[in-house]
Design a binder for this molecule. Sequence first.
Ligand SMILES: [Ca+2]
Ligand SMILES: [Ca+2]
Length: 342
Amino acid sequence: MKNKFKFLFLLFYLLFFILAFIPEANAATLNSEPKGKGSLPSRFFPDGTICLVNEETPSACLKKLVTLPKIVRKADAATFYGVFDIDADGIPEVFVDYWYAFNKKQENNSVTLLVYKKINEKYKKFLKLEAETYGYSTGAWFLKETPFSKAIFMTRYGGSSGAGLFYFDMKNKSLNLISDLIYLEGYPEFIDLDSDGVSEIFLPGRGRDRTANPGAAILHWKDNGYRTCWPDWNGLPSVIYAALTDIEKDGKKEVTAILEPQEINYDQFVDGETSVLRELGVWQISEGKPVLISKTKVPDSKYMSEPNFGRLPPISSNIELIYSKTIGCSKHGDKMQCAEER
Ligand SMILES: [Ca+2]
Ligand SMILES: [Ca+2]
């Protein structure tokens, strides 16, 4: 009898030991370094804590800020974005998001952003905000600006691969979609085009296919929010994709964009055949506003659906368009000219 108890005890002990060391199912792997651009030097440690660190010795916790709850650590995906003083009170906040995969019946669900803030000497969960997402992809930018700092987050948003950008509004405790119907391909560029000390946001192009709307845009800060300042017209031509590159060689970047002069029914064309030639437009930033300086027809060619340029100045002397032929565009006198590259 005694042996039987001993056996059972050993069995339970063994079971406990096995269960304790089985990795947690579905647990998110958090990046140790902050993923957000502009974060203070900080780190997520495997024991679940987020600390401020010294840049020279990042493996040592300089100051413990928060311990992440299980809901974050057990999520299907989670990201430590960083530590940043968003409200400029001298004490940084902590930014983390997490996502639980949707079931098969759903196409979209939400991603949750957690913001921790020091209140009465202790970091506490200050905000829990949700944004619609179609899967999970990450990106965050912390901008130290006056009169106030800003934070922008990215997630998977639409088309077959596009992302959406959200402005984090601390005052109104909300995440506001600022990329509108542009399903962003690649990453936005934060650049102060008019040198007023506040970044503009350049969105280079739409998602990869006809399930996405055409579009590239420059957003600027106005009336307490991000507004589109380019394209500065409604309707046609549609901007398909754009890049910032110094074509004028004056040390400032110009906006180069591929335009479609007519509405295209994407269901009708296969293999990139269109009935109307696309155009290459160039805008110079003058007194804070993009001003059109040239518009050129792109030679007849089959257009691929990839919303990307080829090589651009200064890497190449031409603006390269990768279609069924490689087309090079460059400035001749006052005009841009495009021709097949050989
Ligand atoms: Ca703060
Ligand atoms: Ca600016």
